[in-house]
Ligand binder design. Structure first.
Ligand code: NAD
Ligand code: TYD
Length: 354
């Protein structure tokens, strides 16, 4: 069954994935209106959507997903919520986990409660949640860490939760809340758990934009531990397409894993970036490992491929990585502004050991 939505509320739409999702959804669905609720934390940047600001189908609201009154007003006018807003960086959750609990857990609770009440009160005699959907965007990190010596083992939707960083624990808690609202109140919810994204507008504290922009600034790249940790890289627009697919075609109450089938060790990733940019291994600075660093993430995306026909079509390397590096070369103004100010303080604190 395919649904259409005339007006959706996107949370966290000024961040990396949310902004790519909004651009993609507006391109693909000419009848869709989108309201973006974003608190503009250090990671939120209205510039990420400067090209669609004047599109009359797009509205920006500056606010917090934990603001009960505001959130109730906004959900009253939409037929779906796509929830991206989160504190998203593992290293920051190790420095201070409190904002992660506040936004990822309590913020999600606030949104869910608003949908639960407002959507049932305004149902005009129809089933309370008819034609309304809450889509929650989550991560493969809730499943824990995989061993390096069993490459055939991957995360499926049935893998038990085993979050190991404060970030992953907060996302696992939010996933559980979404499931609980579905089960207890009959809300129509779906969840996607996806692997590491890459592409345009990625905040340069995450490994790919950090390494590319460091090299452009003449700096070295700080590689954690032995560099052998593995991530499964997914292009952000493939992710956006998966979220839109699940929003419109996913079954109520279901979870779908989304991955790029593109596993690389951090050392392989680093060497690829160095080679694309014309540098050698002398640019690597091995630094102290991340506390509790998960060894390997790998997604088995069979379910979304088989049931909903989604495929990653933009994630294949080296082309997708080369295009991404080129995007940062072409958008130096964007990342130079992002990398200035308060971010410098964080960076200095994070890498003081090296
Ligand atoms: P991001 O940090 O780039 O953006 C987060 C956005 O949320 C920012 O615009 C920020 O201003 C906003 N925000 C934060 N707290 C808020 C609050 N209390 N109220 C309103 N807005 C708030 O993150 P991202 O990489 O775009 O990730 C988006 C979502 O995808 C997150 O839920 C994350 O857990 C999930 N995810 C990310 C990845 C990845 O590789 N980046 C992988 C899997 C899942
Ligand atoms: P990151 O981009 O922070 O994403 P996540 O922790 O959500 O997977 O990190 C990706 C991988 O890169 C992870 O194994 C940690 C490693 N890494 C480094 O080696 N150096 C760095 O400076 C950063 C930020 C990450």
């Amino acid at each position: 069954m395919s649904r259409t939505y005339s007006h959706i509320l996107v949370t966290g739409g000024s961040g990396f994935i949310g902004s790519n999702f909004i651009r993609f959804a507006l391109e693909q669905r000419s009848d869709m209106r989108i309201t973006n609720l974003d608190a503009l934390t250090y990671a939120g940047n209205p510039e990420n959507l400067s090209d669609i600001e004047s599109d009359e189908r797009y509205t920006f609201v500056h606010g917090n997903i934990g603001d009960d009154k505001l959130v109730r007003e906004l959900v009253a006018n939409v037929d779906a919520v796509v929830h991206f807003a989160a504190e998203s960086h593992v290293d920051r959750s190790i420095l201070d986990s409190k904002p992660f609990l506040e936004t990822n857990v309590m913020g999600t609770q606030c949104l869910l409660d608003a949908c639960r009440h407002v959507w049932s009160e305004n149902s005009d005699g129809k089933a309370p949640f008819a034609a309304k959907r809450f889509h929650h965007v989550s991560t493969d990190e809730v499943y824990g860490s995989l061993p390096l010596d069993q490459p055939e083992v991957m995360f499926t939707e049935d893998t038990p939760y085993d979050p190991r960083s404060p970030y992953a624990a907060s996302k696992a808690a939010s996933d559980m809340l979404v499931r609980a609202y579905e089960h207890t109140f009959g809300m129509d919810c779906t969840i996607t758990n996806c692997s590491n994204n890459f592409g345009p507008y990625h905040f340069p504290e995450k490994v790919i934009p950090l390494f590319v922009t460091n090299l452009m600034e003449g700096e070295k790249v700080p590689l954690y531990g032995d560099g052998l940790n593995v991530r499964d890289w997914l292009h952000v627009v493939d992710h956006a397409e998966a979220v839109l697919t699940v929003l419109e075609n996913g079954k109520t109450g279901e979870t779908y894993n989304v991955g790029g089938n593109n596993e690389r060790s951090n050392l392989e990733l680093t060497n690829s970036i160095l080679s694309i940019m014309g540098f050698g291994e002398e640019k690597i600075r091995y630094v102290e490992d991340r506390a509790g660093h998960d060894r390997r993430y790998a997604i088995d995306a069979t379910k979304i491929k088989r049931e909903l026909g989604w495929q990653p079509t933009r994630s294949a390397w080296p082309a997708a990585l080369e295009e991404t590096v080129q995007w940062y070369r072409d958008h130096e103004d964007w990342w130079k502004r992002v990398k200035s100010g308060a971010y410098r303080e964080y960076y200095a604190k994070q890498y003081k050991a090296g």
